[in-house]
Design a protein around this ligand. Structure first.
Ligand SMILES: [Zn+2]
Ligand SMILES: [Zn+2]
Length: 100
């Protein structure tokens, strides 16, 4: 899912593509559209960038996990592809009866 402006600040200058799930999951990020457009400052170039701020990185991971699950991916499938779930269990169990 690509945009022509930075996800964080909205600038249209110095944009780069961020793979939300990096490292060994980079290909899966490509395949499942887990890409974000960020300016260089918010990509890698400052303390408040996805490569330096884990909480910011997590926001994007959660956003894309939610999207994929909204599109019909099960949490088991997500974990098989991306290694772990980044969402609280409530996100996919909220409609079920609470079983002990
Ligand atoms: Zn930015
Ligand atoms: Zn990146």
């Amino acid at each position: 899912m690509m945009y022509d402006r930075c996800f964080i600040c909205g600038t249209t200058r110095n944009l780069q593509t961020h793979h939300v799930f990096g490292g060994g999951r980079r290909r899966s990020s490509d395949r499942y559209g887990c890409l974000e457009t960020l300016c260089i400052e918010h990509h890698t170039g400052s303390n408040y960038s996805v490569h330096q701020d884990a909480s910011l990185s997590l926001v994007l991971k959660q956003k894309h996990q939610k999207r994929l699950m909204d599109e019909g991916m099960s949490v088991e499938e997500f974990i098989r592809i991306f290694g772990k779930s980044y969402l609280d269990r409530n996100f996919w169990e909220e409609d079920t009866d609470g079983e002990a």
